[in-house]
Ligand binder design. Structure first.
Ligand SMILES: C[S@@+](CC[C@H](N)C(=O)[O-])C[C@H]1O[C@@H](n2cnc3c(N)ncnc32)[C@H](O)[C@@H]1O
Length: 276
């Protein structure tokens, strides 16, 4: 069966339409883009790139003329609405496909770029197949640069998050969603349903409306959590150690870079060297 042609029931089709309402830490910050570009160009001045997903920040940044990029995403709405087709060079293309079966030859690319990709896998067990595909399409010595969502070892509970919302420092809405999702995940194997985060939010709205005022979250930002209401997806938040264990078969972790924006401690950039 060609999975690329099977429509996926997922909230990404709705996220696509409201992409501009999302921000860091759910989207990469210019600090992250700067790190990615400098690592890639240090190794390969005129790179051939694979982008996992359609993250516009990485497609639209100032790559040297002649850079080639293939973006791969399974969701047609994300490709239609979020891939910046009118703002990228003709050497960039986008393809609808699964990361578990990348439509590229062995050793086809110098570097692979991914943002949040391990959190959005349909099943956590797919991680090994996805990493083996990334390894297959990278040339020997190639780099994978992945900004990934990691749950702190001593992650807060939902009650601790509530206390912090009521009395702690003010928090951006996208940071709040990320912290809430992580707080609600009982274990990596269970993952967390975004739907559960929506229910927690509705309860917060009803019982602590003062929290919403305190953090000055805009209507547009708040609207983004409504996409979780009917989402059939599950998200996965490994710790840094759990991720590192997944990488070991295919990659050496060269560096883990933490940027400085809000909640950047939960989304480091992993610089991975392909094992030969
Ligand atoms: C790149 S991730 C996370 C979003 C990211 N933080 C950003 O700013 O781009 C989201 C994308 O991954 C895509 N996706 C999720 N699982 C996939 C898979 N197994 N194969 C291909 N695309 C996938 C979704 O369709 C969605 O467009």
């Amino acid at each position: 069966m060609n999975h690329a042609n099977v429509p996926h029931k997922t909230h990404w089709s709705r996220h696509a339409v409201f992409w501009d309402s999302f921000g860091s830490p759910l989207r990469p910050h210019r600090e992250d883009v700067g790190h990615v570009v400098s690592h890639v160009l240090r190794e390969t001045p005129l790179p051939v790139l694979l982008l996992m997903g359609v993250t516009p920040e990485y497609a639209r940044t100032a790559w040297p003329q002649g850079t080639r990029m293939t973006a791969v995403d399974r969701c047609p709405e994300m490709i239609r609405s979020v891939w910046p087709a009118d703002h990228v060079p003709t050497t960039f293309r986008v393809t609808q496909a699964e990361w578990t079966a990348l439509p590229l030859a062995n050793h086809a690319v110098d570097a692979v770029i991914g943002d949040g990709i391990t959190t959005v896998l349909p099943r956590w067990e797919e991680i090994d197949t996805v990493l083996s595909e990334v390894h297959r399409v990278l040339r020997p010595g190639g780099l994978a640069l992945m900004r990934l969502f990691v749950k702190p070892v001593d992650s807060e509970s939902p009650d601790q998050l509530l206390k912090s919302l009521l009395c702690g420092p003010t928090l951006g809405f996208h940071s709040f969603k990320l912290r809430l999702l992580m707080a609600l995940q009982p274990s990596l194997s269970a993952g967390v349903a975004p739907r559960d985060a929506y229910r927690w939010w509705k309860d917060l709205e009803a019982t602590h409306p003062e929290a919403l005022v305190r953090h000055a979250w805009t209507q547009d930002q708040r609207h983004t959590i409504s996409f979780y209401e009917a989402s059939p997806d599950r998200y996965w938040f490994p710790t840094e150690a759990e991720l590192t264990r997944s990488f070991v078969k295919y990659f050496t972790v060269k560096e883990v870079i933490y940027s400085s924006y809000e909640s950047a401690d939960r989304c480091p950039l992993f610089v991975l060297h392909r094992k030969n």
